[in-house]
Design a protein around this ligand. Structure first.
Ligand code: CA
Length: 337
């Protein structure tokens, strides 16, 4: 069911966690083989070091999953940043016995959540597939204009923001700032909680350290003391839960639907793709003859042609953070005179 993309995400995450668990023994046996080879050729003393290095490089990293907020405001101190606010609410609770109501007035006025015990993110920093996932309930809706959505024409959940800003303050005083586009999956229930994710790797990238090799972030520099959350305009919304999750899901794009086209007709193209916790970016080229450019960006786009002929339409889906392999799909459209 396409309309339950969010549910599908969750299922996919669970599947990917299982995949990872299944893969692990294989990695361990690969490590064992390396260890055995090292065993055969080196002295006992070198062997120990070699085995440890092999284990560090070869073995799959275990998935990291833990909670930052699960409906217990006893773990956190809520306050505002600038003229924004964060306060406890008992309405629309997702888990536990309370949720956090946020009032934001722009990218510099928002919610501030201080963790009474700074949360150690070092295991999450070690694994490039970890994300902070906020479950957020917006009260804004939009009309579903996606013809593949069975709720076509109905109200669906929509983010009021184009961008959100997150400011992480660590126990050693370092700060990491992220400003990100907000893309929420289509949800049938306009009042549903929707996931907003940002990869922990993006924090390091922002600091200019995340190119390829992962820097070691340890000690107080890895302990999250405070999380500030902002949207790009005035809005109130509710945060039900904040977790650190591991997402190993590849980007998956469905084939494009065949369409009948006439010259000067405007066709609507709808991308259907999944990418776990990733914020997906949809890039379109409407004529492959001159190469693949970016003619349009968005999940749902419109295009028409002025000259009859056959045109190859190419959709490329990538994740905003470049952490996953982009996927493409294409279709030939016959444009009749
Ligand atoms: Ca082109």
């Amino acid at each position: 069911m396409r309309s339950f993309l969010y549910v599908t995400d969750t299922e996919r995450n669970q599947v990917s966690l299982m995949d990872q668990n299944r893969r692990r023994p294989r990695s361990v046996s690969a490590t064992a083989a390396v260890t055995f080879a090292v065993c055969a050729s080196l002295t006992g003393l070198l062997l120990l070091g070699g085995a440890a290095a092999a284990r560090q490089q070869g073995a799959a990293l275990p998935p990291v999953t833990f909670s930052l907020f699960r409906g217990d405001t006893g773990d956190v101190t809520l306050s505002g940043w600038g003229s924004g606010r964060a306060e406890e609410t008992k309405e629309n609770v997702l888990v536990g016995d309370s949720a956090i109501r946020v009032t934001t007035q722009g990218l510099y006025q928002g919610a501030r959540i201080d963790f009474k015990n700074p949360v150690d993110l070092s295991s999450a920093f070690m694994n490039p597939k970890t994300y902070v996932r906020l479950q957020v309930r917006f009260t804004t809706t939009q009309t579903a204009f996606d013809p593949t959505n069975p709720e076509f024409g109905a109200k669906v959940a929509a983010a009021p923001f184009e961008r959100m800003r997150f400011l992480l303050t660590m126990a050693d005083g370092t700060q990491h700032e992220l400003v990100r586009p907000v893309v929420i999956p289509p949800a049938e229930d306009p009042d549903a909680y929707v996931p907003i994710n940002f990869p922990i790797a993006a924090i390091l990238k922002k600091s200019g350290e995340g190119n390829g090799a992962r820097p070691m972030v340890t000690g107080d520099a890895a302990k999250l003391k405070s999380l500030a959350i902002f949207g790009d305009k005035y809005q109130q919304f509710t945060i039900g839960e904040i977790n650190v999750i591991t997402d190993d899901t590849d980007i998956n794009v469905e084939p494009l639907e065949d369409q009948i086209a006439f010259v000067n007709d405007s066709l609507t193209f709808v991308a259907i793709a999944e990418g776990g916790a990733s914020t997906l970016r949809y890039s379109w080229d409407f004529d492959a003859k001159d190469g693949i450019q970016e003619d349009a960006v968005g999940r749902v786009v419109e295009h028409g042609w002025r000259t009859p002929g056959t045109y190859k339409v190419t959709l490329t889906v990538s994740d905003e953070d470049g952490l996953k392999k982009p996927q493409t799909t294409s279709i030939d459209i016959e444009v009749a005179p």
